[in-house]
Design a protein around this ligand. Structure first.
Ligand code: ADP
Ligand code: MG
Length: 463
């Protein structure tokens, strides 16, 4: 019938607009490489901030002692305690608690947010076992993983550039987030020093390098997305500080803000962006990461409901509610392997109050999830190729058998297997059979928190 034909037409158009043929991904990777150069050349030289992290040495494995980490990511935050055994000792013990951030705190005041975090940290310390007492006169030391763009002024200080991922708190932008956290820790009466401020990508890079010395870059695919990698200081024209002994500097790319005319943007992306807190910003992130994928799918469903009366004679009211369809729900529908797609059926019913859907309708829903997830995964792979190009690792290595490891983390990568499989296959497709043997993608679960604790250890005041 006519309704069905219209629905298929919208679907076909979506497929065309979201297409990511190899040649296009290579243009995206080239553009990423160009922007990386520009961002390293001068402050504000590119949409890619290419932030200097002051991390000029990554963990070696010799780190020793008791350290803490606080990981503020987006949806949740974690408090960790890590006991490091020094050379050959490795990580002796590791404990954490995870707390979700109440949505009202994401849009409240700076003090409320930091007080909440510091209170959880104080609780964690108060509940710990006698074995974890620090020696008298010694302060506890912490690495602070803060996954928002920060302009660092030293390893342990930095000013917030902007909030992302749905956070929108007045008065924090431009402030030193370590100072804010330290004040809140004092208000809790806790004696703890913040040794290092690290982005989650840098934490993952550090945690990854600790266990695998071939790690060259880290990518986070969670609520948002970002990447960090090890650059040679000589290749950073905007760095005017002293030359570190290592000759290296970890760079926090803030690649979520990447944008290029080669990105396959659709009307759905443009509308999502226009209605977001930060129109024009984080375009790459809005096409690839967990906060947004489900929302893009919802927007497509809304369009076929409106223009093709896809579900009924009227648009299901729930479908009009922004962000009602989360990426984990989208993922569950996409992964539905039952013959009658009953997971899709129940998600549509329970979340969107659309009942009695036919198998044909459910198949279309899965296809939309597939199109949006595939585009995101393939663009992420193109971003990785951009980094490999910048490092000259996309061509045959002079050193035979040299491995280059990309440390991956984030809930999207971890749980959305159709997405992660597609990303890995696309990277193989992009670099070719030969090179792909030297590029290894490795999942480091919770690398970011452990990495921050490791950096707190290597920058201890007691060394
Ligand atoms: P953050 O990025 O906030 O530090 P995580 O790395 O834990 O947090 O990622 C959480 C995000 O991962 C969620 O916002 C969601 O978008 C995505 N995610 C979590 N579970 C799933 C899932 N089962 N399927 C798809 N995406 C998921
Ligand atoms: Mg995180």
């Amino acid at each position: 019938c006519r309704r069905w034909a219209k629905a298929i037409e919208i679907l076909k158009e979506l497929e065309e607009k979201c297409a990511t043929p190899t040649w296009k991904l290579k243009l995206v990777a080239d553009a990423m490489n160009v922007e990386m150069h520009a961002g390293l050349a001068s402050e504000g030289g590119s949409k890619l901030k290419m932030l200097i992290t002051y991390v000029d040495k990554l963990p070696t494995g010799n780190e020793e002692g008791l350290y803490y980490a606080l990981d503020l990511g987006g949806t949740n935050f974690r408090v960790l305690r890590v006991q490091l055994g020094g050379k050959y000792g490795g990580i002796i013990s590791q404990e954490f608690t995870e707390v979700s951030i109440p949505p009202n705190l994401m849009v409240g005041t700076s003090d409320e947010l930091f007080d909440y975090i510091a209170a959880e940290l104080a609780k964690f310390v108060a509940q710990e076992n006698q074995d974890f007492q620090v020696s008298p006169g010694r302060q506890r030391e912490l690495g602070f993983t803060f996954s928002f763009p920060v302009m660092q002024t030293s390893l342990a200080s930095g000013n917030l550039v902007k909030w992302t991922k749905g956070f929108n708190i007045d008065g924090t932008v431009g402030q030193d987030v370590v100072a804010e956290l330290t004040k809140a820790i004092r208000r809790q009466g806790l004696d703890m020093r913040v040794n290092a401020l690290v982005n989650d990508t840098v934490g993952t890079l550090a945690g990854g390098r600790y266990t695998n010395s071939n790690v060259i870059a880290a990518i986070i695919l969670g609520t948002g997305t970002n990447a960090a990698y090890v650059e040679r200081v000589q290749a950073i024209p905007k760095w005017h500080g002293p030359l570190p002994d290592s000759g290296d500097m970890a760079i926090n790319m803030e690649w979520g803000n990447f944008r290029s005319s080669h990105l396959p943007l659709t009307e759905y992306d443009c509308a999502l962006d226009a209605e977001s807190f930060s129109p024009g910003d984080q375009i790459f992130e809005k096409m690839t990461s967990g906060l947004y994928l489900g929302e893009i799918v919802r927007r497509v469903l809304c369009k076929i409901a409106e223009e093709a009366f896809f579900f009924a004679d009227n648009v299901p009211p729930k479908l009009k509610i922004p962000f009602i369809l989360s990426t984990p729900d989208m993922c569950a529908m996409h992964h539905d392997s039952s013959t009658d797609l009953n997971v899709v059926g129940s998600k549509l019913k329970n979340i969107l109050e659309i009942s009695d859907t036919s198998l044909e309708v459910r198949k279309v829903v899965v296809e939309i999830c597939n199109i949006i997830a595939t585009r995101g995964a393939r663009l992420s792979a193109a971003g990785i190729l951009g980094i490999l190009k910048k490092l000259g690792k996309d061509t045959k290595s002079e050193v035979e058998g040299q491995k280059n490891v990309i440390a991956m983390d984030g809930g999207l990568y971890e749980h959305y297997t159709e997405y992660s499989k597609c990303l890995e296959n696309t990277l193989k497709e992009l670099v070719g059979e030969d090179i792909s043997e030297s590029i290894i993608i490795e999942h480091f679960n919770d690398g970011s928190g452990v990495g921050a604790a490791l950096l707190a250890a290597s920058h201890s005041q007691y060394l």
